[in-house]
Design a binder for this molecule. Structure first.
Ligand code: IPE
Ligand code: IPE
Ligand code: MG
Length: 259
């Protein structure tokens, strides 16, 4: 009983400080589009002598918590890099598990997401995804399409170089068929050929696990994104870390080439 009271007290103090930070953050400019490279699941598992997929499973819970807080903060879009076009190189059992994660995640949390007015979207190459994966995501997109809260955008089988190259090919095709005229091709019209045509460019990129690279994530879109890196492994990422990233963002001066 005493332990339970202690636990309750601890939770209460932690959550009240988090609460204060949330309120402070909301007074300032909150990034509209936050993108996260959720990295370090494998290392998290390895440290515990667990199979890599245990890290992915744990990481899924963090996705849920992060979504909730992002929504509460008034972030409009949260794009999560869940599987890259290069991740097919991994062992089959790991890839198979990663392809089951969307079903597992949405199976557990879709009702809550609907309740919280979250809209589920995805970017990436759908064609190569197993049917069961695509069905789960397709259903979630359908069931949440009229929601107008946070857009939870999964980058699944996403690769930015392929995306840019495909956009170039479509532009050439449209120019040849007269749908597009070369004079009308500019940064804005070109961006409309990318998978992210529905979204504004990310304001903030977070990458966990200590890797300081983009790993083929939104190369075009992140020309002026603010970057925030942490050594924390994705399964250990918590609300405090997300607030820390946003607080750092709020302290940045974005100049976009101006003065
Ligand atoms: C990120 O964690 C999840 C995916 C890439 C799908 P990793 O699986 O890359 O974890 P590490 O980098 O090996 O620790
Ligand atoms: C990037 O992480 C992709 C995702 C988080 C989905 P990786 O673990 O695949 O990236 P690298 O191989 O370390 O660059
Ligand atoms: Mg990794």
């Amino acid at each position: 009983m005493l332990n339970r009271i202690k636990l309750w007290k601890n939770q209460n103090t932690t959550s009240s400080t988090l609460r204060e930070r949330i309120e402070e953050i909301k007074k300032l400019r909150v990034p509209e589009h936050v993108a996260i490279i959720m990295d370090g699941n494998g290392r998290w598992a390895k440290k515990r002598a667990l199979p890599r997929i245990a890290g992915h499973h744990e990481g899924m819970k963090v996705v849920r918590k992060t979504t909730k807080l992002a929504n509460e903060l008034g972030i409009k879009t949260l794009t999560l890099y869940a599987f890259s076009t290069e991740n097919w190189k991994r062992p089959k059992n790991e890839v198979d598990y990663l392809m089951k994660l969307p079903e597992e995640f949405l199976g557990s949390f879709l009702p809550e997401l609907i309740e919280e007015n979250v809209q589920v979207k995805m970017i990436g190459y759908k064609e190569q995804l197993p049917l069961h994966t695509m069905n789960a995501i397709g259903r979630a997109m359908e069931d949440t399409k009229n929601n107008d809260g946070l857009v939870l955008n999964f980058a699944l089988n996403y690769g930015s170089r392929a995306e840019i190259l495909d956009a170039v090919k479509k532009v050439i095709k449209d120019c040849n068929s007269g749908i597009m005229e070369e004079e009308h091709l500019n940064e804005e019209t070109f961006a409309s050929y990318l998978m992210t045509s529905d979204f504004k460019d990310p304001d903030l990129l977070i990458r966990t696990s200590g890797e300081i690279r983009l790993s083929n994530f939104m190369l075009w879109q992140m020309a002026y994104t603010e970057f925030w890196f942490t050594d924390v492994l994705w399964p250990d990422f918590n609300d405090g870390h997300l607030l820390e990233a946003i607080e750092a963002f709020q302290g940045r001066q974005r100049r976009f080439g101006g003065v």
